[in-house]
Design a protein around this ligand. Structure first.
Ligand code: C5P
Length: 232
């Protein structure tokens, strides 16, 4: 898969989500379904959006004992999504089990990416709450290396970390990056943001864009602008 823009469909209901997607008749964007929508509507919403022709990143961030994650991933692989994810903090054994569960009998599977450290976690919180005392940038790269060693396809990270992740884990290792804003747009609660054009320069493979598209007056135009800047 090449570079692409993924729209974060952070809506609470099927109705809102489908109303948002209706005008995207022509381009069928890649969409991200997160916990809010999935827990509200269940697997049927995934099937319905997939049936409309969209690629899907199912962002459920699994983290449990290896056997439980393996079995849950086997269920998700039957939903025919394109990307799913987990927390790298679950250990290499958990990531390996996840891959096993995700792989279908015919050998195909969705891409699997890992969350290194959430962007809501900073150095101080990591030290105080998690008792991790290494520099956060090093922790992120170490978790990315663990993900690669386990056979995962990439990680979620900031566009600002994409170059370092590629440097450590290889150009083929995917970087999926939220925290993207237009140069003339609202930053909202994101702190370290980059534009789609800058994310491209920094080497992101996929950008995840929510409110700059979902809250725009003309979401289709905002999406097209993103694609133009990022994919070119
Ligand atoms: O609206 P906005 O563009 O900020 O949405 C970004 C999306 O990416 C949200 O769904 C958010 O939960 C997700 N995300 C993030 N930072 C991470 C991981 C996921 O913003 N580190």
């Amino acid at each position: 898969m090449g570079r692409d823009v993924i729209i974060a469909c952070d809506f609470a209901s099927r109705e809102q989500t489908l109303a948002f997607l209706d005008p995207f008749e022509r381009e069928k964007p890649f969409v991200k379904i997160g916990m809010e929508l999935y827990y509200a509507e269940g697997p049927q919403i995934v099937r319905e959006i997939k049936a409309r022709g969209h690629k899907i990143f199912l962002d459920l961030k699994l983290h449990d004992i290896p056997n439980t994650v393996k079995k849950a991933m086997a269920v998700l692989s039957r939903l025919d999504v394109d990307i799913c994810n987990l927390h790298c903090a679950g250990t290499v054994a958990m990531m390996e089990a996840a891959l096993e569960g995700l792989t279908r009998p015919d050998g195909t599977r969705p891409l699997l990416i890992g969350v290194t450290q959430l962007t809501s976690t900073d150095q101080a919180r990591m030290e105080r709450d998690l008792w991790i005392h290494a520099p956060i940038d090093e922790v992120i790269l170490h978790y990315a290396e663990n993900a690669r060693a386990a056979g995962l396809d990439g990680v979620v990270c900031s566009p600002l970390e994409a170059g370092a992740v590629h440097g450590r884990c290889g150009a083929e290792f995917l970087t999926v990056t939220p925290g993207v804003r237009f140069a003339d747009g609202d930053v909202g609660d994101q702190v370290r943001v980059t534009t789609p054009a800058r994310a491209k320069e920094l080497g992101s493979d996929y950008i995840v864009v929510g409110r700059p598209i979902t809250a725009a007056k003309d979401p289709v135009a905002a999406y097209r602008r993103c694609v133009e800047e990022f994919v070119g």
